[in-house]
Design a protein around this ligand. Structure first.
Ligand code: SUG
Length: 440
């Protein structure tokens, strides 16, 4: 029986996971630039996280890795010939072109799209809009395949909207900047779109989510006007490395946790919180004070880039990156909230390979909410079970590389291996041919 209204879809980590140093403003991506990665460890870590949630009887969905190397992209830029030539020619122009078109960044599914459940929307239908991710080159190549995959995962009853036009000032980075608050998942809720840039002007910081983009997404998703709020992320948080809002705040059902310096205007926040107090039964905002944990520690620990998740057995679980254990003040705060709030289960997970590129547990998943009549919209092939976990573990252990260093991206064998793995994945998930290379 379907007991939990929420399904998390995680991005399965692809075989070319590497540290390209591609995301300016993302401290981990910059600090680990050109280090050796382990695609095998990364994928197994991601899978263990999914398994841990399944052990709590939480349904778990999956997004397949995108096709990398992105041969079509290389071709469009004028690189032709065999793969070895394409890679070498692109590398000669700029080595980052190769890292970009090989990036496994689709693993961070929280950036794939923005989901609005039917009970919040004018037409009582689910809407999901793919993110254009246009602030970073390696991420801007994701939307097309995300759309294609969502079409395979969700049936016609779900409105899947294409991403916003790829214009520089309407950046949209999906659910990582979107907070939904409701008495419970399947009750009508309120959505806060957190943006980082308001004006069409030269930015001082790297502003990835625009206000214009946020407004267009709310409109595309048909969210009722009175259910939408806009709130600006603080410039200080962005400067400190919170390139998405899900690093300085998190929410689940009636609980909203945020750092006191997460948002630009305390006045605007106050107004929204007061409205939500009136509108949402049992609404509980939890503010983390600087005196408890300073902003820098919130950003470097990834305390709030955790999955706060409702358990079918009641109460909530906080699934945190294991790095948090290194911060005594974060641990004290966790002790405090588990004593005071309904967050009774605290667990840690090692997703170090993803963390080293700035992606914690919350980044690795996109949440979707369905009621009992809508759950049949989900293609079961994309839901994990023990058998698929075994098949995936086997594939990852046997076919993924243990180590990948920057120069390995020029090895034509890596391209062949990657496509072989993607092909095997389409068999495990019975998707039919979904990748470009599978079309003859
Ligand atoms: O977009 N890192 C990702 C991390 C995304 C995290 N997502 C959320 N906060 N929801 C990004 O910056 C680094 C890739 C590299 O440098 O190789 C990267 O893309």
């Amino acid at each position: 029986m379907f007991t939990n209204a929420e399904i998390n879809f995680d991005g399965l980590i692809g075989p070319s996971h590497n540290y390209g140093g591609l995301s300016l403003g993302n401290n981990a991506s910059q600090d680990n630039s050109k280090q050796v990665s382990s695609p095998k460890d990364a994928a197994l870590q991601g899978l263990r996280k999914m398994k841990l949630l399944m052990e709590e009887s939480i349904p778990q969905g999956i997004f397949l890795p995108h096709e990398r190397p992105h041969l079509k992209g290389f071709n469009k830029l004028g690189f032709t010939g065999n793969i070895e030539k394409v890679l070498n020619d692109a590398y000669a122009v700029n080595p980052n072109l190769v890292s970009c078109f090989y990036s496994a960044s689709s693993m961070w599914a929280a950036n794939a799209a923005t989901f609005s459940p039917s009970m919040d929307n004018i037409d009582n239908a689910i809407h999901i809009t793919v993110a254009n991710l246009n602030s970073m080159m390696h991420r801007s190549i994701e939307p097309k395949f995300t759309y294609k995959m969502l079409k395979r995962i969700l049936n016609k009853k779900v409105n899947i909207n294409k991403s916003l036009l790829n214009l520089p000032n309407i950046g949209d980075e999906g659910a990582a900047n979107h907070i939904r608050i409701a008495e419970r998942h399947n009750a009508p809720g309120y959505q806060i779109f957190v943006y980082s840039s308001e004006n069409i002007s030269h930015a001082k910081t790297i502003e990835r989510q625009s206000l214009i983009g946020s407004k267009l997404i709310a409109k595309k998703n048909c969210v009722e006007d009175q259910r939408v709020f806009y709130l600006q992320q603080s410039n200080k948080a962005i400067r400190y490395g919170s390139f998405h809002n899900d690093i300085v705040s998190t929410a689940n059902e009636n609980i909203f946790i945020y750092h006191e310096e997460a948002f630009e205007s305390t006045q605007e926040l106050k107004v929204i919180l007061a409205r939500l107090k009136k509108l949402v039964p049992n609404f509980k905002p939890i503010k983390i004070l600087n005196s408890e944990i300073d902003l820098q520690t919130i950003v470097s620990s990834y305390l709030l880039n955790s999955q706060l998740i409702s358990l079918p057995s009641g109460g909530m679980m906080f699934l945190l990156p294991s790095e948090v254990k290194q911060y005594p003040n974060c641990m004290q705060w966790l002790e405090k909230i588990s004593a005071e709030e309904e967050i009774k289960k605290i667990k840690f997970i090692d997703v170090k390979q993803s963390m080293r590129n700035g992606g914690g547990p919350a980044c690795l998943r996109l949440r979707m909410i369905f009621n009992e009549n809508e759950i049949s919209s989900v293609n079961k092939n994309f839901l994990l079970d023990d058998n698929k976990i075994d098949l995936l573990t086997n594939l990852i252990e046997n076919k993924y590389r243990d180590r990948l260093q920057p120069d390995d991206l020029l090895d034509p064998n890596l391209a062949d291996e990657s496509l072989e793995i993607l092909d095997a994945l389409t068999k495990i998930f019975k998707t039919g041919s979904i990748y470009n290379f599978q079309k003859i």
